[in-house]
Design a protein around this ligand. Structure first.
Ligand SMILES: C[S@@+](CC[C@H](N)C(=O)[O-])C[C@H]1O[C@@H](n2cnc3c(N)ncnc32)[C@H](O)[C@@H]1O
Length: 255
């Protein structure tokens, strides 16, 4: 790849162009500091609204968002080192000084490193559905996780989710309205008509339906109430484990 080149993935251009090496950035956070809320202005060298990409895969969404919105800082994490290496290389070569990538699981990252009200936006694209019920406990989007998203967002902050798994979507659409004013987004995102993330592109090429939605933080829900919801709402168990009985029961008992 030469300076000025564009790259494609699955036939879809990757946002941005490769710059001369002198203009490259250093976007890898090789080692996160000791547990505690991160100092974002120290990390980015400025004070700007913060966008988090949780389970970012190869970072396509973060690259596109950071290029389109240079006024926002972007921090993206994934648990798999190899995808973070791809993401970091591309962001470096595009000179994205307002982007950072780190290897971390989303649950620990949010719980440990994201202070209250730190982020303006959080994005979760295609979290792994874990079809095998024995792996169900690994599903990221649980009530506790969502309450941490709520806590980590600033007033009026935005949570964007997307999946190609109908069962996961059904669960999300039932849980998220407790924490967010949540709306399904029909059709593709206007900023990325061919797909915001790699998984979206793959899923569309396989003919799968993509479910997209965005929620504005419910600022009338306080921390105590959010924690109570986190402790009592049922975890993500899909239709194959019973027809949503747990959620139905939970809602009945809280009427
Ligand atoms: C289906 S891929 C989607 C990647 C990307 N968001 C996209 O839409 O192309 C799911 C990603 O979540 C990551 N992942 C799985 N469990 C995770 C966790 N607990 N915390 C952070 N990332 C996780 C995986 O390594 C993988 O990169």
């Amino acid at each position: 790849m030469q300076p000025g080149d564009t790259e494609t993935e699955l036939g879809v251009p990757i946002p941005g162009r490769i710059l001369e090496e002198a203009d490259w950035a250093r976007t890898a956070v090789k080692r996160l500091p000791a547990p505690g809320p991160l100092d974002w202005s120290a990390i980015f060298g400025r004070s700007a609204p913060l966008v988090l990409d949780l389970g970012c895969g190869n970072g396509r969404f973060t690259l596109g968002s950071a290029i389109a919105r240079p006024e926002m800082d972007h921090f993206a994490i994934d648990v798999l080192p190899v995808v973070i290496r791809y993401a970091t290389r591309r962001a470096n070569q595009r000179g994205l000084h307002h982007v950072r990538f780190a290897v971390k699981d989303a649950q620990t990252f949010l719980r440990t490193y994201v202070g209250d009200g730190a982020a303006s936006e959080m994005h979760l694209y295609h979290p792994q559905p874990y079809h095998d019920p024995r792996q169900a406990h690994k599903r990221v989007l649980t009530p506790a996780f969502v309450s941490d998203v709520h806590r980590g967002l600033s007033a009026g902050g935005l949570f964007v989710v997307q999946t190609d798994n109908p069962d996961y979507w059904h669960y999300m659409t039932r849980i998220l309205p407790y924490f967010f004013v949540f709306e399904e987004h029909e059709g593709t995102w206007p900023d990325a008509p061919e797909g915001r993330s790699r998984r979206e592109i793959v899923a569309r090429q396989r003919g799968l339906h993509i479910f997209r939605g965005a929620g504005v933080r419910r600022d009338d829900l306080d921390l105590r109430e959010a924690l109570d919801l986190a402790a009592s709402l049922p975890p993500p168990r899909f239709r194959s484990h019973g027809p949503w009985i747990e959620l139905d029961r939970w809602e009945e008992s809280h009427r």
